[in-house]
Design a protein around this ligand. Structure first.
Ligand code: GDD
Ligand code: MG
Length: 352
């Protein structure tokens, strides 16, 4: 069985982080995001190949995962000549498929048992099965109404406030039968959410919902990107190195150098090659990427700093995200949710 990962979006809501790093490979701690999804897909013995459907900066992604042999799974890449939308991408990537296919949005992190979704799909002899998850505000997602038998009765992408009738949304995880792909036109952009799903409902095809109440998040905005790190540090989502780590859960690489007089407060993550100078404070929910240097008396708290940055003395970085190779001058204060692109330099005493 094949799994198609839709990973061709531009990641606009995560800009400027995604200008040089496509969303599927933004780091979560020290691993590219797709590693977490590949781990999940590998738990289903039946899945023998993962097809990465790419568009934006595909080379960067291919360089990381190769043919998958290092991860013990077969990985194939399909690069669209131009963005085809979510349905167009599935059709393009799944051109000569015969059996059921698992389709996954390339930006969701979850612990769902995919095996049981596939089982439900088979039991119900469905043409499509979709995973639903409850959220507080469905407006940024696809709203899905179901009937008493657990079939999808209505699919409405990005509902307006007055259109919200349920808190169940599309979790971006499907099992599909390729004989339904004939309605997807070739070579023009087509949306799975706005066209393909509504057409299944319209034609009365067996379109089944699987409700999942466990951990689920779409990492596609700066807030959610921060949140996912916090959830892993707090153990809400089990992943290395925090799973089963006793409090205060400060993960400090043996190859980092924390000088005397520096304070490290967990939960936090300090990667290899990091230098933390005396008097600096790494507070809870901080993530410091490889080779970054935090100078004397600087404070990092609830912030994510990508590799190769320099935070100069007495700077304060709270709840912010810094791309690679950023340089903050002395006494810079970032405490309003700033998101800095790679190679940003801020002059001494800047406030933002
Ligand atoms: N290959 C390819 N080509 N991939 C694409 C394209 C395309 O043209 N457009 C989007 N994608 C990929 C993105 O990379 C992402 O992984 C996934 O498809 C979904 O796109 P997003 O842009 O992240 O959509 P969204 O988050 O606004 O909404 C979608 O996900 C929600 C759940 O997180 C929809 O599927 C909603 O219905 C759903 O609730
Ligand atoms: Mg998304």
């Amino acid at each position: 069985m094949k799994a198609i990962l839709l990973a061709g979006g531009k990641g606009t809501r995560l800009r400027p982080l995604t200008i040089h790093t496509p969303k599927p490979i933004v780091p979560i701690f020290d691993r590219a995001f797709l590693h977490y999804q590949i781990d999940l897909l590998k738990q289903v013995p039946e899945i023998d190949e993962i097809v990465l459907s790419l568009n934006y900066q595909p080379r960067r992604i291919e360089e990381i995962f190769g043919d998958g042999s290092a991860l013990d799974i077969r990985i194939r890449y399909v690069v669209e000549p131009a963005p085809l939308g979510t349905a167009g991408a599935v059709k393009y990537a799944g051109d000569n498929l015969t059996g059921s296919v698992v389709v996954f949005n390339g930006d969701v992190l979850t612990q769902i048992d995919l095996g049981s979704v596939i089982r439900l799909h088979r039991e119900r002899r469905a043409k499509a099965t979709i995973v639903l998850t409850p959220v507080e505000n469905p407006s940024a997602y696809g709203l899905v109404e179901t009937d008493a038998d657990g079939n999808v009765a209505r699919f409405l992408e990005k509902p307006r406030p007055d259109e919200i009738t349920t808190n169940h949304i599309n979790a971006g995880i499907y099992v599909l039968e390729p004989d339904t792909f004939d309605r997807i036109p070739s070579a023009v952009p087509w949306s799975i959410e706005r066209s393909y799903f509504p057409s299944l409902v319209e034609r009365g095809e067996t379109f089944v919902a699987y409700v999942y109440n466990g951990y689920w998040i779409d990492i596609g905005t700066p807030d959610k990107y921060l949140q996912v790190h916090r959830d892993i540090m707090d153990g809400r989502f089990a992943a290395p190195p925090f799973a089963n780590m006793p409090p205060p859960r400060a993960s400090v690489s043996p190859d980092a150098r924390v000088e005397d007089g520096a304070t490290i407060e967990g939960p936090c993550f300090i990667d290899a090659g990091v230098v933390v100078k005396g008097g600096a404070r790494i507070g809870p929910y901080s993530v410091i990427g490889r080779q970054t240097q935090i100078d004397e008396r600087a404070t990092i708290e609830g912030a994510i700093v990508w590799p190769n940055c320099r935070v100069s003395e007495e700077a304060v970085v709270r709840n912010a995200i810094l791309g690679r190779h950023c340089h903050l001058g002395r006494s810079v204060t970032l405490d309003r949710g700033a998101v800095l692109g790679d190679k940003t330099t801020l002059t001494d005493y800047t406030r933002a």
